[in-house]
Design a protein around this ligand. Structure first.
Ligand SMILES: [Zn+2]
Ligand SMILES: [Zn+2]
Ligand SMILES: [Zn+2]
Ligand SMILES: [Zn+2]
Length: 488
């Protein structure tokens, strides 16, 4: 298998050959490097017409791989050679073999009984996730989650074989042409395009496009991500971005503006004075390293484009999962005839700890896609209670959102903005906020609530919760802004 150095987590459709997709991605990565060696202006201006020169890059219709791993019966390969090459699959596969033996079942997905419908499938998936995690004594990789959470089965009759994947996306499978036909009202061209994008090998690459010149600002309250991105960059987004590397890069770059654009949108609902000499400080609470990619220079330029009166911005990334960085990063550049300065500071600690040693004085707090109900901790709790020796204790074990969120709610009079990828999570987050506030005599005022954030990311993701209605989700899809104060 080709060595691929990628920033993003690897996942592949369970209906594709894992090795083939990784090989394809590493081939694309080489092309990406060549593309990036061109001057930035040229990258931006290169029109979609040159996609003709890249015909060989276009993915052809997906063929369903013929070989299914005989052990787990879930991983597929195009050839025996690729099966043998895939060493990383062995441990995981071994666990599924043992499980089938000990439970005397013919397929891991029969763990909760015969598959008769959606409910049984979701139950089997949930049990399987837990069982494998306990046996492996570690969190599942993204690849393993995808394989168990979104396995191959006929979406009409839940049969596990024989299966033919949809040639357009490799995201769903059918036992027969008849069942494919029956599903056409669910698997619409739009759904197929979304899944094709989700499973495109480009998704394994990290986005590298850097946009230097930004042009027009937008009326953010009456626009959306693609439109505001076009106004700012004059780059058009293709509806089938997996057809060429350039198109994909543009699409992913546009998606990456979601973080800063959501922040700008939240600010439109808050009255604050943007005095040129004043520093606007934003706290990204519960920050992870991936959130830093929302604050590259091009995103910061987008910010100043929308708020031309602000000249100085300070962004504090505060989160215990952040990697430590030496010092702060200072960016200065000219934009709109004015010198702009941005200071990016990283605090690899919880907000609770941060507040003990720093003066807390932000203009806005933003929390990107948190999970206040802490599903991770919850599952961890279940695993520990059921199987006390299964999970190795780690230094993060005592961590919960509770302390952090409470500290955030104590930041009276400052707008607190949080985004969520799913409706369920958005509701649960707000519920956590309300419960915690009530318990500590904090009043909550909801100032803005957006159930379809026009500045959500446009790159689809799979919902990690298998029993949720929304299977395809988008980061920052739900947006909520609240103020807190002492309850009278
Ligand atoms: Zn292969
Ligand atoms: Zn296997
Ligand atoms: Zn079927
Ligand atoms: Zn499809």
């Amino acid at each position: 298998m080709s060595a691929l150095t990628i920033n993003q987590v690897q996942y592949v459709s369970s209906l594709q050959c894992y090795v083939c997709v990784i090989n394809k991605a590493s081939e694309l990565q080489k092309q990406q490097q060549l593309f990036l060696q061109q001057p930035p202006q040229q990258q931006q201006q290169q029109q979609s017409t040159d996609a003709d020169d890249n015909k060989e890059l276009e993915p052809t219709a997906f063929d369903t791989p013929k070989i299914i791993c005989r052990g787990c019966k879930m991983q597929r390969y195009c050839s025996l050679q690729h099966l043998v090459e895939d060493q990383a699959h062995r441990d995981f596969c071994r666990v599924l073999i043992d499980l089938q033996k000990s439970q005397n079942i013919a397929h891991p997905l029969l763990l909760a009984g015969p598959l008769l419908g959606r409910a049984q499938l979701q139950q089997a998936i949930a049990q399987l996730m837990l069982a494998v995690r306990v046996k492996l004594r570690r969190l599942l990789t993204r690849r393993e989650c995808e394989l168990i959470g979104y396995p191959g089965f006929c979406v009409v009759c839940y049969r596990l074989e024989p299966l033919t994947a949809c040639t357009g996306c490799a995201g769903v499978a059918y036992c027969s042409a008849e069942h494919r036909r029956l599903d056409c009202c669910n698997h619409t061209p739009a759904v197929c395009r979304t899944l094709a994008l989700y499973y495109s090998p480009y998704r394994l690459l990290s986005n590298k496009l850097d946009i230097v010149q930004l042009k027009q600002r937008s009326d953010l309250e009456h626009s959306h991500l693609v439109e505001a991105f076009y106004a700012a960059t004059e780059i058009r987004i293709d509806s089938q971005p997996w057809r060429s590397l350039e198109q994909y890069e543009r699409f992913a770059a546009c998606s990456s503006f979601s973080g800063i654009a959501s922040l700008c949108l939240a600010l439109t609902h808050i009255s604050f004075v943007a005095a040129p000499r004043e520093i606007l400080s934003v706290y990204v609470v519960g920050a992870q390293d991936l959130h830093r990619s929302y604050f590259q220079q091009m995103h910061l330029k987008f910010f100043f484009l929308q708020y031309p009166d602000i000249c100085q911005l300070e962004v504090y990334f505060i989160g215990h999962k952040l990697l430590a960085r030496a010092g702060e990063e200072v960016l200065t550049f000219m934009q709109g005839g004015c010198q702009r300065k941005v200071v990016l500071c990283t605090f690899p600690k919880t907000f609770e700890r941060f507040a003990k040693t720093h003066k807390v004085d932000p203009v806005l707090i933003i929390i990107y896609n948190p999970d206040f109900a802490a599903m991770d901790t919850l599952t961890e709790g279940i695993v520990e209670r059921k199987y006390p020796h299964a999970v190795q204790p780690s230094e993060q074990d005592d961590y919960s959102w509770h302390g952090c969120l409470l500290e955030t709610l104590y930041t009276y009079g400052v707008p607190i903005c949080f985004t969520s990828p799913t409706k369920m999570q958005a509701r649960s987050d707000l519920n956590c906020v309300n419960v915690l506030a009530r318990g500590h005599k904090i009043a909550i005022q909801r100032v803005y609530n957006c159930t379809e954030n026009p500045y959500r990311e446009i790159l689809p993701q799979h919902n990690p919760c298998p029993d949720d209605d929304e299977t395809v989700i988008y980061a920052n899809n739900y947006l909520e802004v609240v103020f807190t104060s002492i309850q009278c």
